[in-house]
Design a protein around this ligand. Structure first.
Ligand code: HEM
Length: 165
């Protein structure tokens, strides 16, 4: 949380050379900082903090650029329909972070069953998510909360029904 406030102060103070958030996320970060200093203002959902569905769609695109470029993870996706995968993941993220739209894809347990995805694969995957959030200017509690929320699905991903579980 302190990080977000720091960014905002640095930006508004006109500091140069600071690696702050892109203009796309500056608004949400500013609102997040305002929420934390105004007790009468109820906390925003993670969905709103991240910037709504358009920002989530863009974030998921960036996230899969990292996942698919990772030689440890890309083989899992060799025969995946990537367009559908990213669209479904955009829906899933939106719903999981508290947005208004539902998830219309396959159950996560069925989608991942038999793929032999292990805990280390899941950790790499969520590591790329954290990197993506940081790339977009989120760190500290906001980023941790997003990763935790998505990682809650982990039990449905790892070891599901595969012989090599
Ligand atoms: C908490 C973490 C994860 C979430 C929330 C998640 C979510 C999803 C979603 C929503 C889909 C689309 C399902 C559909 O098409 O209806 C999907 C597909 C897929 N996921 Fe994951 N996933 C996670 C972790 C992983 C990991 C760690 C791997 C592999 C290392 C993986 C591999 C795949 C593959 C290969 C597909 C594509 C299936 C296909 O279209 O052929 N996922 N995932």
């Amino acid at each position: 949380m302190v990080d977000e406030i720091g960014w905002y102060r640095n930006r508004s103070g006109g500091g140069s050379g600071h690696k702050g958030p892109s203009t796309l996320v500056a608004g949400p970060v500013r609102r997040l900082a305002a929420d934390m200093t105004d007790a009468s203002n109820p906390p925003e959902s993670l969905f709103d903090q991240i910037g709504g569905q358009d920002a989530i769609d863009e974030m998921v695109d960036q996230f899969y650029e990292r996942v698919l470029a990772d030689p440890e993870l890309s083989p899992f996706f060799a025969s995946a329909d990537r367009t559908r995968l990213i669209r479904m993941q955009q829906e899933f993220f939106g719903a999981a972070l508290g947005g208004p739209t539902g998830y219309s894809g396959t159950s996560l347990r069925d989608a991942h069953a038999g793929r032999g995805i292990g805990a280390a694969d899941l950790a790499r995957f969520t590591g790329h998510l954290l990197d993506t959030l940081q790339q977009r200017g989120f760190s500290g509690d906001a980023a941790d909360q997003v990763v935790s929320r998505i990682a809650m699905a982990g039990d449905d991903i790892v070891g599901g029904g595969g012989e090599d579980g």
